[in-house]
Design a protein around this ligand. Structure first.
Ligand code: NDP
Length: 264
């Protein structure tokens, strides 16, 4: 019987995950398909997952923390962060994983040695990246629009700021993990702050993919080397697909067809 996988999010129409996973399944003759589910209420994740008869799923904004709560068991790095982006149906139980952080590490390899990072945003992606960076002894600062979500970072970050009290230092890399610029033309913070940040960093990355965000446009104007979220997407997608197919496909083959899906 064909397995069905899905991506849950709100919004979800922008997601390239269906294209990536379906390209792997189709070309490797794996009996599965991957659909998109627009889920408004994150607390309905578990019941929707089972009502659709899914074998596994990815979770995108804004439900990754809700996905962690919905799991019967959480494995590996996701436990450190309380954020889940991949769930697997194991005999009727939901098993949660996080593949975003390793996907991001894969994507910044080309920047070389990174010791100090400014993270813009304090949501699920920011948490995952912050925990992963600190594992590699990278010094992190977090800047978020509002105070509430910053509490999580107090123990692990060098400094935490809102827009009101931000003090800029020098950074090797600044990464935008906010959803500003995804469906709008907003910068992740007021322009005066972003200008200052861009004048004090070597590299810039955005988790958003498929468009040049206003943040990346500004980085480009300042001739700063930047990258969007496409490689992160690729990295997390390969790791998620490996979990979906449980070693039935070779990683090199998964990678080959995921890369190919970017040409579609
Ligand atoms: P969350 O909803 O968990 O967090 C969103 C964060 O963005 C919060 O810190 C929020 O601040 C901030 N924010 C939202 N709107 C604005 C705005 N207009 N100005 C400034 N800050 C804002 O989202 P996720 O962490 O799950 O995802 C964040 C982004 O990363 C999304 O765009 C997503 O598509 C992308 N992503 C890409 C991946 C890839 O593979 N390339 C993988 C994972 C995510 P506040 O706390 O004040 O509300």
């Amino acid at each position: 019987m064909n397995k069905i996988f899905a991506i849950f999010g709100d919004p979800v129409s922008h997601s390239r995950s269906p294209l990536m996973h379906n390209c792997v399944f189709k070309n490797l003759n794996y009996p599965a398909s991957y659909i998109r589910v627009h889920l408004k209420d994150g607390t309905k994740l578990k019941e929707t997952f089972f009502s659709l008869g899914l074998s596994g799923a990815n979770i995108t904004i804004p439900h990754k923390e809700e996905a962690f709560k919905a799991c019967d068991e959480v494995r590996g790095f996701a436990n450190n962060v309380g954020v889940v982006n991949t769930i697997i149906n194991e005999n009727g139980k939901l098993i949660g994983y996080n593949t975003d952080a390793d996907g991001f590490m894969f994507s910044i390899k080309e920047f070389g040695d990174i010791k100090k990072i400014l993270i813009l945003g304090a949501g699920g992606t920011a948490k995952a990246l912050a925990c992963r960076f600190t594992q590699d002894n990278i010094d992190i600062t977090v800047l978020n629009r509002s105070q509430n979500r910053l509490n999580y970072f107090k123990e692990i970050a060098h400094k935490c700021y809102t827009w009101d009290n931000f003090k800029c230092e020098k950074y090797d890399l600044v990464v935008n993990t906010t959803s500003a610029g995804l469906k709008d033309e907003n910068l992740p913070a007021p322009k005066i702050i972003i200008e200052k940040i861009l004048n004090n960093t070597n590299f810039v990355a955005d988790a958003i993919y498929g468009k040049l965000t206003p943040f990346l446009k500004l980085a480009n104007e300042k001739n700063i080397t930047y990258k969007d979220g496409a490689d992160m997407l690729l990295g997390q997608g390969i790791l998620a697909n490996e979990l979906f197919v449980k070693s039935e496909l070779k990683t090199d083959d998964i990678k080959k067809f995921m890369v190919k899906s970017f040409e579609l």
